[in-house]
Design a protein around this ligand. Structure first.
Ligand code: 6PG
Length: 230
């Protein structure tokens, strides 16, 4: 189940999560590798991390930003998870371009982009066959259908055991690229960020291991946290 931390409001959640992540970053080794979550919820956290009182203490010089998932849209598209993080955190923090490892959605297809992302992750983490990258931190959201990252119910990608990144929702008009469960589950820290009454029921079932939702498959070797607010 992990370490469940309930807060009275989303702003309080973002403040506490930002301070927790600041601690993880400052305690990490030579590099701090983080896979950012997409969607709407994390925006408030990214803005809190970019605020002067935390930005000034955050080791951006050793932090490398990846994405837990990405919509296969241009980086300028309002749906882009890269764009959301760029505006809320990366630009205000002055993150170095060589520390930003976004999914390349300018490639011909989500499949090509997933294969490229998979290769770049392998190169960065210097993995060898059978060895998975261990992100210092993976941030995740939770959908009302129990999806997380872009690991949706019924998608074949839920069963991926070898690749680090893969394409998903290929039979829809918005294909995606996502980290796979083996990579998420090799992370040193995983934090779910969940706000809103609409998520209460699915979150309860996921925490109880009920409902067969994809998010139930998140069982990291490292520490699992749930930061939740109404
Ligand atoms: C995405 C996300 C997705 C998101 C959940 C929750 O690209 O949409 O990665 O998994 O985390 O859908 O989204 P909200 O936090 O916006 O409710």
């Amino acid at each position: 189940m992990g370490d469940l931390r309930k807060f009275h409001s989303a702003p309080q959640l973002f403040d506490e999560a930002a301070k927790h992540i600041l601690g993880l970053a400052n305690q990490s080794g030579e590099t701090f590798t983080v896979a950012l979550a997409g969607g709407n919820t994390p925006k408030g956290l990214y803005e809190r991390l970019a605020a002067a009182d935390i930005r000034g203490r955050f080791p951006f010089e050793k932090t490398h930003f990846f994405w837990g998932d990405e919509r296969f849209v241009p980086p300028t598209d309002a749906r882009s998870n890269f764009r959301m993080a760029q505006l809320a955190l990366l630009d205000p923090a002055g993150a170095a371009p060589q520390h930003i490892h976004a999914v390349n959605t300018s490639l011909p297809s989500a499949q090509v982009a997933a294969d490229d992302y998979d290769r770049r992750i392998a190169e960065f983490f210097k993995t060898s066959p059978g060895k998975f990258p261990a992100f210092d931190l993976v941030l995740l959201g939770l959908g009302e259908d129990g999806h997380t990252a872009s690991l949706f119910p019924g998608d074949p990608v839920l069963k991926e055991e070898k690749k680090f990144a893969a394409a998903s929702r290929l039979n829809t008009d918005e294909p995606r690229v996502t980290l796979t469960f083996p990579v998420i589950n090799h992370a040193k820290n995983v934090i779910f960020l969940v706000t809103g009454e609409s998520k209460r029921k699915v979150m309860k079932e996921v925490l109880e291991g009920q409902g067969g939702y994809p998010a139930i498959q998140v069982k990291p070797q490292g520490r699992l946290f749930w930061f939740v607010a109404p």
